[in-house]
Ligand binder design. Structure first.
Ligand SMILES: [Zn+2]
Length: 359
């Protein structure tokens, strides 16, 4: 079996699921990813996503171990008769390498096409939606272009196989609504018809938080972070804040923070946690932030303005005013925490040193 041969030849083979293994491509001239070579456990055939090498164990033995056909067939213990071979895997079977894991390169290619089309649809035709984004979310054309927002006019179904998504008999839905991409590895759609839920994430999307860095190139240790729930809120903050902050949108209060991002955040002078002013936001702020990072402070939007920045914008909040008050609140909390207690963050010098606070 192909996976065994690869292991014998020193390739790290990993089990992806009951029907699929992966490894680096065995071809010496191919520089595939570590899981770029996919082996179908049922058919025993392998396929490289990078160089398109296809074959079974016999093919492998002939190409990579220099065996002749008869020798290779014998080595695998297969029956060879005059007509050819028995118990071969079906040669016509098309192996796309998407049995249990999404083909990310293909997914991104499709996503990029959808995002571009939706972007043009929004910018060219949908002046009413553009006006709503400005009026209800405070987003300017420049920002809408920067983040590639788009519009899908009607529910569309496509084939999962075309996106490299494991097929399950159901088609892939791209519902009508506002397209909120994150580069080309996530498509979230704010649905035009919210009867089926407000947000829809296209299957195969990466669910990591959206990170928007300020244009200034200050080091991490001088760039504080703000954490919010909605990506549209994060865009509003990135657009309007005068001071250089990194804005992070979780997308959902249940989003997991990678170790890499966690290490990044620990180097920040402080983290303002502005998850929604509701019960879920409060719980997540404590559970995932203020109890985990000594430099994280809960600084929600005042409920007199609304539960998040989107609502607050409509009710007249200037995000720079919010930031000013959030930093004051943080300093008060920090001072209260440090009084009578040494070695607690932030140290006195930081609290009193205006230059470390970019406001
Ligand atoms: Zn290859």
């Amino acid at each position: 079996m192909l996976a065994t041969l690869l292991t014998e030849d020193g390739f790290p083979v990993r089990k992806k699921c009951t029907t699929e293994y992966s490894s680096p491509c065995p071809s010496p001239v191919c520089d595939s990813d570590d899981d770029g070579f996919v082996i179908n456990a049922k058919t025993g055939r392998g396929y490289c996503r990078k160089c398109n090498w296809k074959g079974d164990d016999i093919q492998y033995l002939r190409e990579f171990r220099g065996m002749g056909f008869q020798q290779a067939a014998k080595y695998t213990g297969r029956t060879v008769d005059r007509k050819g071979t028995k118990d071969w895997p079906d040669k016509k079977e098309r192996l796309t390498g998407t049995i249990c894991s999404t083909n990310k390169a293909l997914w991104r290619e499709q996503a990029s096409t959808v995002i571009n089309k939706a972007r043009h649809n929004l910018l060219d035709n949908k002046s009413s939606i553009l006006k709503r984004l400005l009026r209800e979310r405070g987003l300017k054309i420049k920002t809408i272009k920067r983040f590639n927002l788009g519009w899908i006019s009607k529910d569309t179904w496509t084939k999962k196989a075309d996106w490299g998504i494991p097929t399950d008999g159901k088609d892939l839905l791209l519902p009508a609504g506002l397209v909120i991409p994150y580069d080309n590895h996530r498509i979230r759609i704010r649905r035009d018809n919210p009867d089926y839920g407000k947000y829809w994430v296209v299957k195969g999307s990466n669910l990591e938080p959206m990170i928007i860095n300020p244009t200034s190139s200050l080091p991490l240790t001088e760039t504080p972070a703000i954490v919010v729930e909605s990506e549209l809120d994060a865009m509003l903050l990135a657009q309007d804040l005068v001071s250089p902050y990194t804005v992070i949108a979780l997308g959902s209060t249940n989003t997991k923070i990678s170790n890499e991002l966690s290490e990044d955040l620990k180097q920040r002078p402080f983290i303002l946690v502005a998850l929604d002013s509701d019960e879920a936001g409060e719980i997540a702020a404590k559970r995932d932030w203020t109890s985990k990072y000594v430099t994280a402070f809960r600084t929600p939007v005042s409920t007199s303005y609304g539960k998040d920045f989107g609502e607050a914008y409509v009710n007249g909040l200037d995000v720079n005013d919010w930031l000013f008050e959030a930093v004051e609140l943080m300093l008060d909390t920090a001072v209260a925490q440090t009084s009578g207690e040494e070695n607690t963050y932030p140290p006195e010098s930081t609290v009193n040193n205006e230059t470390t606070l970019p406001i």
